[in-house]
Design a protein around this ligand. Structure first.
Ligand code: SF4
Ligand code: SF4
Length: 129
């Protein structure tokens, strides 16, 4: 089972092969490939560190990232905007619903402070209508 924290529903859409370390990127490649290319892939939404955090050099412990305040803020905003719960979802159905509602303003609000925001494909991939 793939566990995802709320804001990773967005990052997995903008991801294009860059990340925090070699190990992180190769693991992220595998997970993102399953999410994007295997129809019906299920995820369990978790309000904590997730499958992607498990290979990240910034993970300091269970439910602890070295930019904790920031990533918790990203998560909370995604939960509030889209009414999400800690439960199982079909990844592709869920991101279809999220992307249909997402505006450029909402994404800028959610991702405020993320260093990938100006350089990533997140805006293009998530706000495409
Ligand atoms: S800008 Fe940052 S937080 Fe927002 S979706 Fe992209 S990588 Fe994730
Ligand atoms: S540990 Fe922190 S920086 Fe790393 S993937 Fe998780 S939330 Fe992102």
């Amino acid at each position: 089972m793939i566990y995802l924290r709320p804001h990773h529903l967005l990052c997995t859409q903008g991801y294009s092969g860059k990340g925090y370390s070699e190990g992180f990127v190769s693991h992220m490649d595998e997970v993102v490939d399953a999410l994007r290319n295997q129809p019906g892939t299920k995820i369990t939404l978790t309000f904590s560190t997730d499958t992607l955090c498990s290979c990240c050099p910034h993970k300091e412990g269970e439910d602890l990232c070295d930019t904790q305040e920031k990533v918790k803020r990203f998560d909370q905003k995604v939960v509030d905007y889209f009414g999400l719960e800690e439960k199982e979802y079909s990844y592709q159905e869920l991101i279809r619903e999220i992307d249909a509602k997402m505006t450029e303003e909402m994404l800028a609000d959610i991702c405020e402070g993320c260093s990938w925001f100006p350089v990533s494909a997140c805006r293009k991939n998530i706000c495409k209508k």
